[in-house]
Ligand binder design. Sequence first.
Ligand SMILES: Cc1cc2nc3c(=O)[nH]c(=O)nc-3n(C[C@H](O)[C@H](O)[C@H](O)COP(=O)(O)OP(=O)(O)OC[C@H]3O[C@@H](n4cnc5c(N)ncnc54)[C@H](O)[C@@H]3O)c2cc1C
Length: 457
Amino acid sequence: MTTVVWFRRDLRTTDNPNLTAAAARGEVVACYVLDPAQVAAEGPTSTGWLAANLRALNASLDGRLCVRVGAPQEVIPALAAEVGAAVVQAASECEAPAALRDSVVRDALARRGVAWREVGSPYAVTPGKVTTRDGSGFKVFSAFAKSWQAHGWPDPAPSPASLSLIPVASDASAWRKLDKAITMCPIALPPAGEEAARQLWQKFARKRLDDYAVMRDRPDSSGTTWLSPYLRLGVIHPRTLLADLVGHSGAGVDRFIVELAWREFYADVAWRNPSSLEADLNPLPITYDEPGEQFTAWCEGRTGYPLVDAGQRQLLATGWMHNRVRMISASFLTKDLHVWWKHGADFFARHLLDSDAASNVHGWQWVAGTGTDAAPYFRIFNPVAQAERFDPDGDYVRKWVPELTHLRGGTVHRPWEAADGYSRGYPQRIVDHETERLEALARYQASKAPAAPPSLA
Ligand SMILES: Cc1cc2nc3c(=O)[nH]c(=O)nc-3n(C[C@H](O)[C@H](O)[C@H](O)COP(=O)(O)OP(=O)(O)OC[C@H]3O[C@@H](n4cnc5c(N)ncnc54)[C@H](O)[C@@H]3O)c2cc1C
């Protein structure tokens, strides 16, 4: 029996239950669908990273990854007919737009008598499976995390006993388009593929895991895994990481598992509340400002607040930003510039290598105070105090903001207090944090005020 294995967010051959199950049934056609609509929506950074990982997957599959260009609902049924497949199999997609697309593909296949199967998902526990006693979803992270751990997850999938891959030609233009996407990528891409992800993880586990609980908050150190871009495309699976941690203990291990749980929590929340990917889960009737020149300054790292600017410039230069700095930068946009978080989330999505709808949107809503289990609205990050706490010697700022390299140690966080703070062209602050903090609180209070009685006039 021939099975078409449609790769999406599982670009790996190791610990891939989808591939293993298909190989056990017979011959396999491995394919990826390059959807022009998706490419246009995601932008050049994501597409370059995708392309590099498809190249790596193709190498792992001995050059037998068939890449077709077009809309999946047309490409997949046509490919199944071409190779005489009885089954098309894929790992479940949990975000609403992808799940909807899959239901269209499934119906198109059914009309041709081809079965559709889903095996595995990008998560240790598929969204929807961790529930409260009454069967509903968790709204509070700590309760979810406890229940998620108690639920548990399967062991990594074994490698296929034998894998018989049928060579099927890719579209003539497919690899050309992908190679162009790599060349046109606006950033230098990190090493792609499952071997690179594994090496990154093993090095982290050997050298950094023990200190993770403390160092994960320090943007001036390499205290985190940098695995999010690989997790995003399923180049490595969280189940693989969790399995490697069995038998290890300590604050670092515990904290790392908690962070993986955040990813699963947000996927679960997004799965249960699909509209939360586009709008506030718990809206606050706050008045926001339209994005204008200050928003552009934020995007480009020219706010005059060194840590915010360093983070934005790290994002533009590498496609990644440290988690602590993401929170501070998001707080600055929503509470100091009073811009709705969605504008920031869309900007992040276009520039992040790890751009993941659920984690991005709910990370933003957490900061904005409108998500599930969010920080209260009146928690407003002070970008200077945070910088002095988490980048005490200023190394992170100096790395990304060349106009400030002449300022020593922590003085880099307050160029306005240094005689030569602006001598190399660093911009003045675009707003005064204290003034805008009070403004944000005033808007929050106003949003809670009872509506004015209707005028009698
Ligand atoms: C405003 C904002 C936007 C974000 N957007 C994204 C996004 O688009 N994609 C994304 O993967 N993460 C996002 N995050 C979460 C977090 O910043 C990144 O997952 C983390 O910085 C990735 O670096 P790392 O792999 O070195 O993390 P590590 O510290 O090594 O953590 C390991 C893994 O745990 C998961 N994780 C860690 N922290 C979080 C978290 N707070 N929320 C969800 N998962 C987490 C990630 O999968 C990460 O790779 C966002 C956070 C904020 C505040």
